[in-house]
Design a binder for this molecule. Sequence first.
Ligand code: HEC
Length: 174
Amino acid sequence: MLPFTARRLVALAAPLALLAACSGGDAGEPAAEGTDAATTAAGEAPPIIKEREENFEAIGKAFKAIRGQLDADAPDFALIAASATDINTRAQAIPNHFPAGTSTADGFKTEALPAIWEKPEEFKAAAQKLVDESGKLASLAPGGDKAAVAAQAMAMGGACKGCHDKFRQDDEKK
Ligand code: HEC
């Protein structure tokens, strides 16, 4: 995996340095905002990729916690509500985590498909769907109706799958 990534980065370095020169930037300078992939291509992946992966990992953990509670005889509905709120906050950040030049086509270790940038409105809507479904789950959970909460958790899971099916590289086929 590493040698492959390194080769891609070397191949990318020349055209990206040219780009940086054209835009008047100094190719040797580190990225000011950390969101412009071009200025960091000579080094490692832009920090935003790590940031969005961590955001999704936390979303994954929160979702797992919710499912774990729903498997229990006496679910902790406060924990479900808190986890759903966490997902809700994190889902709102998703659209800001995908600056141009950070897809699978750009040589970085990422599962973000180019479709994200080809259909930006659709991607935003997919993120909004998770915002909406997690919000519903957060307000429903304190009521303690296990069947209703489980149904809404399923609906929220549908928002994950809906986005992953279109916008995330499926290289594990679980
Ligand atoms: C709007 C689209 C979208 C939604 C909604 C979404 N995801 Fe993702 N998810 C992605 C993309 C794109 C990646 C790949 C990110 C990357 O590799 O840079 C990803 C990656 C992940 C990862 C892997 C993180 C890593 O370490 O690389 C997990 C886990 C995950 N998502 C879980 C979830 C769960 C659980 C939900 C729902 C509660 C969800 N996602 C909702 C688009 C989405």
